[in-house]
Every structure is written in structure tokens, then in C-alpha cells.
Design a protein around this ligand. Structure first.
Ligand code: ADP
Ligand code: 5GP
Length: 190
């Protein structure tokens, strides 16, 4: 498999830290940026659009795609499968786009091991576990069981932050977005 050398940004965070919010705000100010659309076996949340937020597939389809080696990386996260399709990412890179991969810590490790891929790794951290819990609860998208699973996993995910090139604490949203955009635009000129 050959991945053409991209400007690639790998972004991970515990669920609810604000990664999606920051990425969407950054895309609003840096027009070259695109977010890679992952495949997932998770059910769509209210308002999520197939092909835009995720490609929503069932677990059997996902397993077939693993067997067909369609994923650059994939992982089971909070009880569902998530993966980045090689086809999807190559299409974007061939278009000359700068791609953000919003993937979990396991997926980031897989990409890091792939010597053909050079990327900048960014970890978004919540200011505290209490605030993380508030954000997840206020988002109103998770069942109590899913919320507890995500909080439990957050503690483990935070232990990976030192493997990233940059760690952004998302306390004040505007400052976190500014820092994120600064990291990205700085590496354009590197
Ligand atoms: P993630 O993609 O990391 O799971 P989201 O971007 O969905 O997280 O953010 C989780 C919730 O927290 C959302 O309701 C979002 O509006 C809110 N949020 C994000 N950043 C902040 C912040 N800096 N301060 C307060 N609330 C925030
Ligand atoms: P959510 O269900 O909240 O959309 O996402 C849950 C977690 O799955 C997040 O940590 C997100 O970064 C991760 N995720 C989303 N897409 C992918 C992917 O393609 N690969 C991997 N490894 N993780 C992903």
C-alpha cells in the first residue's frame, strides 16, 4: 500500500473533550483543511449524516472491510468499530487536501507505526474529569451506560498523551481553537 505523502494531522482526545467542536471551528478558518470521514458500526446520533459525519455500516460489513484490508487503521472504541478507509484518505490526498484524522489512541498508534506516513499528532485534553463528565452529559448524546464507558476509557486514553507532538487543554474554546489553528498553519510553512 502506498500513501502519497500528505500534510496529515492525527487528532485524538477522550470522548467529550471537544475534539469535534475544535476541528469544525478550525475548518471554518483554514479552508485547505478537510476531515477524513471514518467508517463506524456505531448507530448514528440524531442529526448525524451518513457519508458526512461517518459512513455508518453494520458490524458484518465492517468485519468484511477489515478482511478485505480496506482500512489504513481500525479499532474497537467504546464497544463499536471505527476505521479509516485507505480509499477515502487517498482520494483526499490526491486532491491536494490537508487531511485531519479524528481517531482514537489505538488508531493513532497504528498510523504512527506505518513508516510510509508522516503526520503531526495532536492530543486534546479536557481541563478536568469533572468538566469532561459535564460536557458529555450536556451534549445529551449518550445513554448512562455509554457515558460511564466513555469516562472510564478517558482515564486510560489520557495516559497516551505524551506520545503526541502537541497537547492542547481545551478549557476556553476560543484559545484552544487558536492554538490548534496555529499548530496547523505553522506546519504548512515548515
Ligand atoms: P468530542 O468530539 O471530543 O467527543 P465534542 O466536540 O462533541 O467532543 O464536545 C463535547 C461537548 O462539549 C459539546 O456539547 C461541545 O459543545 C462542548 N464543548 C466543547 N468545547 C468546550 C469548551 N471549551 N467549553 C465548554 N464546552 C465545550
Ligand atoms: P464518537 O462515537 O464519539 O463519534 O467517537 C468515539 C471515538 O472514536 C473518538 O475517540 C473518535 O476519535 C474515534 N474514532 C472516530 N473515527 C475513528 C477511526 O476511523 N479510527 C479510530 N481508530 N478511531 C476513530
Amino acid at each position: 500500500m502506498e500513501i502519497i505523502q500528505p500534510k496529515l494531522f492525527v487528532v485524538s482526545a477522550p470522548s467529550g473533550a471537544g475534539k469535534t467542536t475544535i476541528i469544525h471551528r478550525a475548518i471554518g478558518v483554514v479552508p485547505e483543511l478537510v476531515l477524513s470521514v471514518s467508517h463506524t458500526s456505531r448507530r448514528p446520533r440524531e442529526g448525524e449524516i451518513d457519508g458526512s459525519d461517518y459512513f455508518f455500516v453494520d458490524a458484518d460489513d465492517f468485519t468484511r472491510k477489515i478482511e478485505n484490508k480496506e482500512f489504513l487503521e481500525w479499532a474497537e472504541v467504546h464497544g463499536n468499530f471505527y476505521g479509516t478507509s485507505v480509499k477515502e484518505i487517498n482520494k483526499r490526498i490526491e486532491n491536494g487536501e490537508t487531511v485531519i484524522l479524528d481517531i482514537d489512541v489505538q488508531g493513532a498508534q497504528q498510523v504512527r507505526k506505518n513508516e510510509e506516513i508522516k503526520a503531526v499528532y495532536i492530543f486534546i485534553e479536557p481541563p478536568s474529569m469533572d468538566e469532561l463528565k459535564n460536557r458529555l452529559a450536556n451534549r445529551g448524546t449518550e445513554s448512562e451506560e455509554s457515558l460511564q464507558k466513555r469516562l472510564k476509557n478517558a482515564k486510560h486514553e489520557l495516559t497516551f498523551k505524551n506520545q503526541y507532538d502537541f497537547v492542547i487543554v481545551n478549557d476556553q474554546l476560543d484559545s484552544a481553537v487558536e492554538e490548534f489553528v496555529r499548530i496547523i498553519t505553522r506546519s504548512f510553512s515548515a
